[in-house]
Design a protein around this ligand. Structure first.
Ligand SMILES: [Zn+2]
Length: 331
C-alpha cells in the first residue's frame, strides 16, 4: 500500500489512524510522565511525556507500532510528539534532537513495512503557553527544524496535533507548506469547548486551517468521542475540508471538559478510562457522518483502534440494510 494520503481521504470511508503512544508507553514503563517531580499539565514542565523512548527503548516503540498495524491502522504516526529542540532541551535531550526524530521515523517506517503510510507528528512547542505570542519567531525556527528532520527521514505526510493556540497552528502550517509535505491539522480545545486557548471557535479554527492549506481539519486529545463530536461537527460545517478526529479515551465532566485538567491526570487515568464500546460507536458515527480520518489519542491502545475499525465496518453493513434496520442506530 503506497497510496497518497489524499487518495485515501478521497475514498469516502474514514481513514483509520493509530492511537496514543506516550500514555500507553508510560503505562508500559518506558516514558516519563514527570509526575514524580512536578505538576503535570501546565505546559511549563520539563521532561514530561517527551519521546526519548525512540532511542532508549526502540524495541518497545516498534512493538506498539506493530500492534496498531495489526489492529488495522492505515497510518502509523512516528513518535515525534514534543520533539522540538527546546522541549527536548528541558528534558535533557536537546543534543539528541536529530537522533530522536530520525530514529522515530525509521522505527515507524520499519514497522509499517509498506503496509501503512507514515506520518510525522508535530505538536505545539509549549512556548506560547510559557512565553506568549512574542515567542512566534522562535516557534517558527523550532518547527522548521523539526519538519526538516521529518522530511529528511522520509515521512509521507504530517499530522499537526495538540495545538492549543490557533496562531501557533498557523505557523506550523506555514512551515509544513514550505517543506512540501501534505499536512492534516488538529486543534485541542482546552480549557473550554467553545474556543481554543487564544479565543477562536472551532468553526474559526477550521476555516483558518483550510485557508492555510491543510488537507483535513479537526480535533485531537482532551475529550472522549462523545465530548469531541460537537466540535467536529462545527469544524466540518465551517470548512468544507475532510474532518480528522483523534479523541482521547478518558471521560471528562461538564466542569472540566479536558482530561489533562482533571485531578486524575496523569496517575489515576485508569479510573476515568472509557470503554472500547464507545469507540465502536464512534466508528459507526464517523462512517455515517463522513469523517475523513478517525484515530485515537491518549488512552487509545491497539484494542481501541480495533474497536474503531469494527464500528466503521458495522456502519457499512448497516448502510446496506433496509431503512427500518438502519434507523435503529441513527444518533
Ligand atoms: Zn492525547
Amino acid at each position: 500500500m503506497a497510496a497518497h494520503i489524499q487518495e485515501l481521504l478521497n475514498i469516502g470511508i474514514p481513514v483509520l489512524g493509530d492511537g496514543g503512544y506516550l500514555i500507553e508507553l508510560e503505562r508500559r514503563g518506558y516514558v516519563d510522565s514527570g509526575s514524580g517531580r512536578e505538576k503535570v499539565g501546565t505546559g511549563r514542565g520539563s521532561g514530561q511525556f517527551t519521546p526519548e523512548v525512540a532511542i532508549e527503548h526502540p524495541e518497545a516503540l516498534r512493538q506498539l507500532h506493530s500492534e496498531f498495524l495489526a489492529a488495522g491502522a492505515q497510518v502509523l504516526q512516528a513518535l515525534t510528539f514534543f520533539a522540538t529542540r527546546e522541549k527536548l532541551n528541558r528534558a535533557g535531550y536537546g543534543a539528541q534532537t536529530e537522533e530522536i526524530n530520525r530514529a522515530a521515523v525509521r522505527i515507524a517506517r520499519d514497522a509499517a513495512d509498506g503496509r501503512a503510510l507514515v506520518a510525522g507528528s508535530v505538536s505545539r512547542t509549549q512556548l506560547f503557553e510559557r512565553a506568549g505570542a512574542g515567542a512566534a519567531g522562535q516557534v517558527r525556527d523550532l518547527l522548521t527544524e523539526q519538519i526538516r528532520l521529518l522530511a529528511d527521514g522520509g515521512v509521507d505526510f504530517l499530522i499537526l496535533e495538540t495545538f492549543f493556540h490557533l496562531e501557533e497552528m498557523l505557523i506550523a502550517l506555514e512551515c509544513a507548506s514550505a517543506s512540501g509535505l501534505p499536512a492534516l491539522a488538529t486543534m485541542s480545545f482546552r480549557p473550554t469547548l467553545a474556543a481554543c486557548t487564544d479565543g477562536h471557535s472551532p468553526a474559526e479554527c477550521a476555516r483558518a486551517i483550510a485557508g492555510a492549506g491543510a488537507l483535513a481539519a479537526g480535533a485531537n486529545c482532551e475529550q472522549d468521542p462523545a465530548g469531541m463530536l460537537p466540535l467536529l461537527r462545527q469544524m466540518r460545517d465551517a470548512s468544507g475540508l475532510p474532518v480528522i478526529a483523534q479523541p482521547a479515551a478518558f471521560r471528562t465532566t461538564a466542569e472540566s471538559p479536558c482530561f489533562t485538567r482533571m485531578a486524575e491526570f496523569p496517575d489515576s487515568l485508569e479510573t476515568i478510562q472509557v470503554s472500547r464500546a464507545e469507540f465502536v460507536r464512534f466508528g459507526e458515527i464517523a462512517r455515517q457522518e463522513g469523517i475523513g480520518f478517525a484515530g485515537g489519542c491518549c488512552g487509545c491502545n491497539p484494542a481501541y483502534i480495533r474497536s474503531l475499525k469494527q464500528g466503521i465496518g458495522r456502519a457499512a453493513e448497516l448502510a446496506c440494510k433496509p431503512p427500518l434496520d438502519a434507523g435503529a442506530v441513527t444518533p
